[in-house]
Design a protein around this ligand. Structure first.
Ligand code: C5P
Length: 201
């Protein structure tokens, strides 16, 4: 039996950082499920059909270099609203969760749809302004020229699309524990997540 940790939340709330730290701490495998939607989004930007791209996705596609751009993020959240795309990606995610002794999956619907029986469910969030500020700093150090206002508008647009879609909308599972990272350092947020998981093992 594998031990599954589901970590959901909006963009730039700290899910990725917490997930990687938790996986390293407990020796679990980690899947960033946003990369699946980003890989489909990138292929659709190149002219592909969304559902066919999702059906044909392989682990190697998650290594592509351009998946972190703001353009691909928006394309990802558009294809993520399509039920056919989401359905095509379910088996890959569940297979990953089953295949490891311990697995951390982070995304938007892990605790609600993909792994409703997860051993631990965390909902990691922060205010839109704090999240936009983090994304802005990240992009600035990567050499991107978007203004803070533009990044904030992007964050809010993606939140709205992710929370209001009919299929698997972004929301905390009823049994999720929320960690608001707005006023936490990375070390504090990671320590809180590790504490919750350690108590359930
Ligand atoms: O987490 P990340 O920002 O990489 O996700 C990109 C987009 O993929 C999200 O805005 C969301 O629309 C979609 N996504 C999803 N379900 C997941 C993971 C990501 O709908 N489990």
């Amino acid at each position: 039996m594998s031990f599954v940790v589901a970590i959901d939340g909006p963009a730039a709330a700290g899910k990725g950082t917490i997930s990687r730290a938790v996986a390293a701490h407990f020796g679990f495998e980690h899947l960033d499920t946003g990369l699946l939607y980003r890989a489909v989004g990138a292929r659709v930007l190149a002219g592909g059909d969304p559902v066919e791209c999702a059906r044909g996705l392989s682990a190697a596609d998650l290594e592509a270099e351009n998946l972190r751009s703001a353009e691909v993020a928006q394309a990802a959240s558009r294809v993520a609203a399509l039920a056919g795309v989401r359905a095509a990606l379910v088996d890959f995610q569940r297979g990953f969760a089953r295949g490891a002794k311990g697995a951390v999956l982070d995304g938007r619907d892990i605790g609600t749809v993909i792994c409703p029986g997860a051993d631990v469910k965390l909902f990691v969030t922060a205010s839109p302004e704090v999240r936009a500020c983090r994304r802005f700093e990240e992009q600035k150090s990567a050499g991107s020229g978007d203004s803070y206002d533009r990044v904030l508008a992007d964050v809010k647009a993606r939140d709205a699309r992710d929370m209001n879609r009919a299929d698997a909308p972004l929301k905390p599972a009823a049994d999720a524990i929320t960690i608001d990272t707005s006023d936490l350092s990375v070390a504090q947020a990671v320590a809180r997540a590790i504490g919750v998981i350690a108590a359930r093992r």
